[in-house]
Ligand binder design. Structure first.
Ligand code: MG
Length: 379
C-alpha cells in the first residue's frame, strides 16, 4: 500500500455579514483542505491554516516528497518534508502546508488501522473537552460592541462556561467592553481577552492593569509575536496569565516563547505549526517549562476534530486527583465549513464536547458540501 493521490480543495463562503477585529475585516471564509488517498482506496483529510491559495501551492510543492510512500510511516514522511524545506521554510505558510498533509496522514493511518487518532497519539486522558466560545468580534465601525450583550447572553444560554472576547481597539474602549461583558455574563463564566497583537508593551500593561479586577483567565497575543522579551516584561507586571503562539511554527519557534518565559499558555495552531506530529513534540517541550497548551483553532470542522484528539491526549502537569477540564477553542462566528463540512456533527452537551471515537479523526467529509463550496480542486 502506497500513497497514490493528494488532492487539494479551496473552499470559499461569503459571509452574510462581515465582522472585524483589531487588524482587519472578515467578509469570507476561504480554506484549503487536502485529501490523501492510498493505492488500496483508504483516504484521510487534513487542513491548513493560512491563505488558501498559498497553502495549495505549498502542498503541490510537497507532493513529490509524499507520493509513493508508506502511509503508516507518517513521522518519516514529516521528517523528509521538513528536511527538504528547511533551508527556506522554518516558519510560515509552507510549514502550514506540511501540517495539512501531516494531519491527513494521521487521519489516514487511523482509518487504515481502524483506530482513533487519540489512541495513535498514545491514549485518551479525557473523553470530553470543554469548548470555549470565541466570538464577540466587532460588528459596526461606529458602534463596535453593538451586538455584544445579545451575543454573550446567547453563549451562556447555549451552555458555554468560557468566552473569549476581542479587544485591541484602544485601552479605554477595551476597558469599557470588558467591564460590560463581566456584568452581562456574571462571575461564574470564564472570560478571556484577545488583542491579536494590537498593542505596544506600555499599552498592553495599561490594559492588563485596568482589567485585572474582572477575573480574566488570559490575555491573548497582547503584543506582536516577535517581541519575546516584551511578553516576559508584561507577564511580570500583571496577574493576568499571558497567552500566545497562534503565529508560531515548529518546536523551535515555540522554544523561543518558552525559554524567554514569554507566556503562561501556548496556543499552537495544529493546522499551521507542524501538524499533529510536531504538536505532540511542542506539548512535550512546553511541559518541561510548566506551560499549558490550549491549541488555537479557526477553520473547518476537520481542524476542530484534530484539536479534540490532540487535547484528549495532553498530559496533565502536574498530575493530581482532581483534574480540571481541558479547554478547546470553539469559534462561534459564521462558518458553514465548521458547521457542515464533516459528519457526524460535533455536539456540545452540558458544556462539553465528546472526543470522537471512530477511526482516524472520527469523521468524514460531506462530498455535497465539498462540491458546493469548492472554488478550485487540484490533483
Ligand atoms: Mg487569537
Amino acid at each position: 500500500m502506497i500513497i497514490e493521490k493528494i488532492e487539494t480543495y479551496i473552499l470559499k463562503d461569503t459571509l452574510s455579514k462581515s465582522f472585524f477585529f483589531s487588524q482587519w475585516e472578515y467578509s469570507e471564509r476561504c480554506i484549503c483542505v487536502v485529501k490523501v488517498t492510498t493505492s488500496d482506496g483508504h483516504y484521510g483529510w487534513g487542513e491548513g491554516y493560512g491563505p488558501a491559495s498559498v497553502l495549495e501551492a505549498g502542498i503541490n510543492f510537497l507532493k513529490p516528497i509524499v507520493l509513493n510512500k508508506n502511509p503508516l510511516e507518517n513521522e518519516v514522511i514529516w521528517s523528509e518534508m521538513y528536511r527538504k524545506t528547511l533551508d527556506f521554510a522554518r516558519r510560515g505558510i509552507l510549514v502550514a502546508s506540511m501540517s495539512a498533509i501531516d494531519i491527513a496522514l494521521w487521519d489516514l493511518k487511523g482509518k487504515i488501522l481502524n483506530l482513533p487518532v487519540s489512541l495513535l497519539l498514545g491514549g485518551v486522558y479525557r473523553k470530553k473537552i470543554k469548548p470555549y466560545a470565541t466570538g464577540l468580534y466587532f460588528s459596526d465601525r461606529n458602534n463596535p460592541s453593538k451586538d455584544f450583550d445579545e451575543e454573550a447572553a446567547n453563549y451562556v444560554s447555549q451552555g458555554f462556561k468560557a468566552i473569549k472576547m476581542k479587544v485591541g481597539l484602544g485601552v479605554d474602549l477595551d476597558f469599557k467592553h470588558v467591564k460590560r461583558m463581566r456584568e452581562v455574563i456574571g462571575d461564574d463564566i470564564q472570560l478571556m481577552v484577545d488583542s491579536n497583537h494590537a498593542y505596544s508593551l506600555s499599552e498592553a500593561i495599561a490594559l492588563a492593569k485596568k482589567i485585572e479586577p474582572f477575573n480574566i483567565s488570559w490575555f491573548e497575543e497582547p503584543i506582536s509575536p516577535e517581541y519575546y522579551e516584551q511578553y516576559n516584561e508584561l507577564r511580570n507586571k500583571t496577574t493576568i496569565p499571558i497567552s500566545g503562539g497562534e503565529c508560531e511554527y515548529l518546536r523551535f519557534g515555540f522554544h523561543q516563547l518558552l525559554k524567554n518565559k514569554s507566556v503562561d499558555i501556548i496556543q499552537p495552531d495544529i493546522c499551521a505549526s507542524g501538524g499533529l506530529t510536531e504538536a505532540k513534540r511542542i506539548a512535550a517541550l512546553a511541559s518541561t517549562y510548566g506551560v499549558d497548551v490550549i491549541p488555537h483553532t479557526w477553520g473547518t470542522s476537520i481542524g476542530i476534530h484534530v484539536a479534540l484528539h490532540f487535547i484528549s491526549n495532553l498530559e496533565l502537569m502536574p498530575g493530581r486527583m482532581m483534574v480540571p477540564d481541558f479547554l478547546i477553542e470553539y469559534d462561534q462566528t459564521e462558518n458553514v465549513l465548521r458547521d457542515k463540512l464533516t459528519f457526524p456533527s460535533l455536539v456540545m452537551k452540558d458544556g462539553m464536547i465528546e472526543v470522537p471515537t471512530g477511526p482516524g479523526l472520527g469523521m468524514d467529509v460531506n462530498e455535497d458540501i465539498l462540491k458546493k463550496y469548492s472554488i478550485s480542486r487540484s490533483l
